[in-house]
Design a protein around this ligand. Structure first.
Ligand SMILES: [Zn+2]
Length: 698
């Protein structure tokens, strides 16, 4: 560029000076890995390859044939073939006993009077025939029943007829067919409130007692609307419905492989994705996208490590594709020794959307306080890096010259919209997080997904750019943990403190707001609870720091660092409590009250002395293998007149039993995390049940 004389340059570079003075460093991005290695990962990952995997796995909703049920599922075979092609030596499909599923064969719905026209066909769109539909060959009149609730049927004789409804097929089917003897159902509404006139919400019809389901068709809303108009205008319409279905036995098939580390028997990291949403229903985002991204992660790491562009890490990175929950549970139960040396799980479930189109984010859902782990902060590190590096900052003179662009050649140029959220279960990481398994797991997910669980969850909603970024984040995070030496481990620990100041700050601000909303009578209790948020969050941060020690080579050296950082977190905790104390004093003064003294009730004193230690019995039988013992102890406890009252918090209470947390700590940590947490007495009752079950001691 030509040199500009001073006065003009001053004006032209006005923005430049702003950038130099900014409080946030828009010009400075970093990763745990050296720039050369992260550049290799950014360059090697391919959004196109991941996107193409989705097309190959299921470019459109397929009808599985009996041969597939009897042999190997298309998806499992596809993943296995690719892994072998990439030269991953131990790739295999692990099989477990499965069950039986409904299988659609044929479904045709034709209007025969007054017009002769096709209304729906299983061949055109699988979701048009509702899962669970039974064999039928019926010619019948249509009856409009609105939303299909009980009052909608008043004064209508639907026996032997087919009802047409704007309600959901499953619900209307039970009322119309089982109670009113209708022949079948046609549902015309999408559960997604008209965001897409072409997509059909998935659902099913089921047997009720000994009554077998009849049949139901779904029409996409646009087509359904035409039928509704004609029926509400009083037209008589007759249709011919033909349904053929059967049942198929199936096996659970889990393709898996590993990229071995340099140290045999060292720790591992597991990446997982559920390989299809269901045997009958499949979705591009949910979850061919997650399967495709971890497959691309496997290829990227294998390519880079085999060619020496990335040094082989010390620890093993394992990959697991599963039928959701049902394939993960037997797999973890079959590998108890492996679970002991697995550090963490990164689960991908819905990661491929073009985010702006679905008004969506790529989200990281953290572990709960019961599974404190640095995996949260490692993922957050790469989320931030990829998102910040792909933003166009006005402070950087509206150019991307200072950014590190990560865009697939055929993908969008969108930012990476992301957030780091609190725990959410409902996917396979939850199996790893279980008390009986003991592997902290996080999930990457797109939410909202406007086509979630509908026939509209198809490849056209995906974006190779965002898939590339999900692959970069996953690859870099897994590789960072697998290769972490004391230098990286120490940086991870320090960044936990950096993030902790934000998380503690959030609890402080929340506490201040709750105190503001309290009336004088409520203020003492609210103040105590708010102080508990800060204390509870700080316990979690210190436990997260402890988790870094599993990466240490020189334990005393890293241990000194971690000890110092835990003291630093206590300093942050103290500063937050001081701020809260000052806020309480001015709030009390404004309300004309005396300052509040924090004291423990006798019950709280007792709870502070109650520190349960987990026993080895917890992990003897794997995932939820401890349930029977709890159920038995609960029965006894009911007889003794005490019930737990732990409710939804029970799984978290289990996980918080680590020999360090007292029942009072648990109360604070539950208050911090949950909108409605159990009473202290409920927590203590539940701990008593766990003790009687032989799962904890104190
Ligand atoms: Zn899913």
């Amino acid at each position: 560029m030509k040199k500009i004389s001073w006065p003009i340059g001053l004006a032209a570079f006005g923005f430049l000076f702003t950038a130099g003075w900014g409080q946030m460093t828009t010009w400075f991005q970093w990763t745990y890995l050296p720039p050369k290695l992260i550049d290799e990962i950014i360059g090697e990952t391919s959004g196109e390859t991941a996107f193409n995997h989705v097309i190959e796995l299921g470019g459109y909703p397929r009808d599985r044939k009996p041969e597939e049920y009897a042999g190997t599922f298309k998806e499992a075979q596809y993943v296995l073939d690719r892994l072998k092609e990439y030269g991953i030596r131990d790739a295999e499909i692990t099989r477990f006993p499965g069950g039986e599923t409904w299988d659609g064969v044929r479904g045709e719905l034709w209007e025969v009077e007054p017009l002769h026209q096709k209304l729906a066909s299983y061949t055109d769109l699988r979701a048009m025939l509702v899962e669970g539909s039974n064999n039928a060959d019926v010619t019948a009149e249509l009856v409009w029943v609105g939303d299909g609730r009980a009052p909608d049927f008043e004064g209508k004789d639907v026996a032997g007829k087919i009802v047409v409804t704007s309600g959901m097929a499953g619900m209307v089917h039970n009322l119309a067919c089982f109670q009113k003897d209708a022949a079948g159902v046609i549902a015309i509404a999408s559960g997604h409130g008209g965001t897409d006139p072409f997509s059909i919400s998935w659902g099913g019809i089921r047997a009720f007692g000994d009554k077998q389901p009849r049949f139901a068709f779904n029409l996409p809303p646009r087509e359904g609307e035409l039928l509704r108009t004609r029926l509400t205008q009083g037209r008589k319409i007759k249709v011919h419905a033909v349904v053929e279905s059967g049942r198929q036995k199936f096996e659970l098939q889990d393709p898996n492989c590993s990229i071995p580390g340099t140290e045999p028997g060292a720790e591992e990291i597991i990446l997982s994705a559920h390989i299809f949403e269901g045997l009958v229903k499949q979705g591009a985002n949910d979850n061919y996208s997650g399967s495709a991204v971890i497959l691309e992660t496997a290829r990227t790491l294998q390519t880079l490590i085999e060619s020496g562009r990335l040094p082989r890490p010390r620890r093993t990175i394992r990959f697991l594709w599963v039928p959701e929950f049902s394939g993960t549970i037997p797999w973890v139960n079959a590998h108890p020794e492996l679970m002991k040396r697995t550090l963490c799980n990164i689960n991908l479930d819905m990661v491929g959307l073009q985010l702006s189109r679905s008004l969506s984010f790529l989200t990281l859902m953290r572990t709960t306080y019961g599974n404190p782990h640095y995996v949260n902060d490692v993922l957050e590190h790469y989320f931030r890096f990829v998102s910040e590096a792909n933003r166009n900052y006005i402070a950087n003179r509206m150019s991307q010259t200072d950014s590190r662009r990560m865009v697939a050649p055929t993908g969008t140029e969108e930012p990476l919209y992301y957030y780091v959220g609190t725990h959410f279960g409902s996917s396979d990481h939850e199996v790893f997080n279980d008390w009986g398994v003991g592997v902290p797991g996080v999930i990457l997910n797109n939410w909202p997904d406007l086509w979630y669980h509908t026939s509209g969850d198809s490849t056209d909603k995906l974006d190779p750019t965002q898939m590339k970024r999900a692959a970069i984040i996953t690859t870099a995070s897994a590789y960072t943990i697998a290769s972490a030496d004391d230098a990286i481990a120490s940086q991870i620990a320090s960044e936990i403190v950096s993030n902790a100041s934000g998380r503690l700050g959030h609890q402080l601000a929340r506490g201040v707001e709750e105190m503001k909303r309290a009336d004088p009578a409520q203020l003492p209790a609210v103040y105590k609870k708010a102080a508990g948020y800060i204390a509870g969050a700080a316990v979690n941060e210190r436990a997260t720091l402890d988790s870094v020690m599993e990466l240490a080579s020189d334990k005393p050296r890293l241990g000194r660092h971690v000890t110092a950082l835990k003291a630093a977190v206590s300093g942050l905790e103290e500063a937050s409590l001081k701020t809260l104390d000052s806020q309480m004093r001015i709030s009390a003064s404004l309300l004309g009250m005396k300052p509040i003294e924090l004291t423990l009730t006798p019950e709280e004193k007792k709870a502070a002395g109650l520190v349960p230690r987990p026993t080895t019995k917890i992990r003897e039988k794997g995932y939820r293998g401890y349930r029977a013992a709890i159920d038995e102890a609960t029965k006894v406890s009911v007889k003794l007149g005490s019930v737990s009252g732990a409710g939804q918090a029970s799984a978290e209470i289990q996980l918080l039993c680590n020999g360090k947390n007292s029942a009072l700590d648990m109360k604070k940590m539950l208050d911090t995390q949950m909108q409605r947490s159990p009473e202290l007495q409920g927590i203590m009752n539940y701990l008593e049940i766990l003790k009687q079950a032989g799962l904890v001691e104190y």
